[in-house]
Design a protein around this ligand. Structure first.
Ligand code: UD1
Length: 431
């Protein structure tokens, strides 16, 4: 298992480019299930979750072609030969977002068999709302032996009101409704930019979706969808992680290739004293301001994203005064706090609230990455800690960040990856 070794204290200076959004790329790849024609996706990030989704689509009979050289971030998917409409436990357990194939599979083939994701490190994360929504569209659902089985001759448009806002739930049902018979109206939908990006792709494929980016979606089902070419939006969470890195290290960093309209959380960072200026598709962070603590609550878009909560906590440890962080979306998303405390942070957890008292100097320690965004917060802490921080289990960070250590090193961070030395295999003796 790879580790990161980080020597803190280097300010980040220069320009770093943001990759395509993993959370927009995953549903876009699942959307290819809806058509027999090739779907060409540009700006696909080279991260582990994308490789997992590729394996998932290939296991169903899909052809997934990755670009080379300059086309390295292009992926072409053709699901003409969709032989096995299934997502196995083996794949779903490593990536919950695999459940995004449920809606498209039943819409295209009339059946789907998808493993229940079970719990994950940050909470129970059920998919009951995906299931309930598909039933509203006329699918017969059974749950047996840990698998959801869905069947429908043809889905029928209907009214769906989400009890709770769900990002992948909105995406899953939007894909299903795109091929249903008649109109579907979905209320209390997620308004994340990744949902709007999926709607844009589906409309290029011939779907008729209105209202993307708002809480109400109107979808006029069509009998068939066609292939399309689409460029995935930039990753707002990766951009946010670099913003915090620049602010923490007192650097001067240009974060290029992002969409500042999606960075709604920058208001909160500015409240903490982070100096941010926007120009076109980049933001510049000048980290010469002192940071001050402030309270933050995670919310659905356009509120402060739960996927930036851990990074915000790292920032709060270096801000003067106290910050109360309330996690509203997931019930168990403070695992990074214990590791930050081991590095010298003063953090108290009370249920869904974390109280951070700053500013405390951080000192390097051996720490363990527990989930994707938790690992990002440990990297950020390592960038300002005194000494050499060693982060174990960085495969969590590789799930969603493209070569983060190379990007950070290019702007001055002292970070390197070390692989575990495996014992050499004995040489095969020929017969
Ligand atoms: C997506 C993102 C993830 C982000 C999260 C919240 C992807 C691939 N992942 O995850 O990075 O942290 O949104 O912004 O886009 N819920 C239910 N029943 C359901 C579905 C969800 O109770 O059927 C609950 C969840 O447990 C959670 C809340 O709703 O408490 C929001 O979850 P949801 O928006 O569905 O998260 P994901 O789509 O899994």
């Amino acid at each position: 298992m790879d580790k990161f070794v980080i020597r803190g204290g280097e300010p980040l200076v220069g320009t770093v480019r943001v990759s395509g959004a993993k959370n927009a790329a995953l549903p876009a790849m699942a959307a290819a299930i809806l058509t027999e024609e090739p779907v060409i996706l540009e700006n696909i990030p080279d991260v582990r979750d994308i490789q997992t989704e590729r394996r998932l689509l290939e296991a169903m009979g899909g052809e997934v072609e990755l670009g080379y050289g300059r086309a390295h971030h292009r992926t072409t998917i053709c699901m003409r030969n969709l032989a096995a409409p299934e997502a196995s436990y083996e794949i779903v357990k490593t990536m919950r977002a695999s459940t995004l194939v449920l809606g498209p599979l039943v819409a295209r083939t009339g059946r789907a068999r998808v493993s229940l994701p079970g719990g994950c490190a940050i909470g129970a994360r059920p998919i009951d709302l995906h299931i309930k929504g598909l039933e509203q569209l006329g699918a017969k659902i059974t749950v047996e032996h840990g698998y959801v089985e869905a069947a429908a001759d043809r889905l029928k448009g209907g009214e769906i009101v989400f009890d709770k806002i769900t990002v992948t739930g909105t995406e899953d049902l939007m894909m299903a409704a795109a091929l249903a018979d008649g109109q579907t109206v979905m209320q209390n939908c997620a308004r994340e930019p990744e949902v709007a990006d999926l709607a844009a792709l589906l409309n290029k494929m011939g779907a008729r979706i209105e209202g993307a980016g708002s809480a109400t979606l109107r979808i006029q089902g069509v009998p068939k969808l066609k292939g399309a070419r689409h460029r995935i939006i930039p990753d707002r969470i990766e951009a946010g992680t670099f913003i915090v890195a620049a602010a923490l290290t007192g650097g001067d960093l240009i974060i290029a290739n992002c969409d500042p309209r999606h960075l709604t959380f920058t208001n909160k960072l500015q409240e903490c004293g982070v100096k941010i200026s926007h120009t076109g598709d980049s933001v510049r962070i000048q980290g010469d301001n002192p940071l001050q603590g402030c309270d933050m609550t995670t919310e659905e878009f356009p509120g402060f994203p739960t996927d930036m909560q851990a990074q915000f906590m790292a920032l709060a440890t270096q801000a003067e005064g106290s910050s109360i962080i309330t996690e509203n979306i997931f019930e168990n998303r403070f695992m990074h706090a214990g590791e930050l405390v081991r590095m010298g942070a003063n953090i108290k957890i009370e249920g869904r609230r974390a109280i951070v008292r700053g500013k405390t100097p951080l000192s390097a320690a051996a720490v363990l990455a527990s989930d994707l965004r938790a690992s990002a917060s440990l990297v950020l802490a390592g960038l300002v800690a005194d000494g050499e921080t060693i982060i174990d289990r960085v495969y969590h960070i590789d799930r969603g960040y493209e070569r983060i250590e190379e990007k950070l090193r290019a702007v001055g961070a002292a970070i390197r990856r070390i692989g575990e030395m495996l014992p050499k295999r004995p040489a095969l003796v020929g017969s």
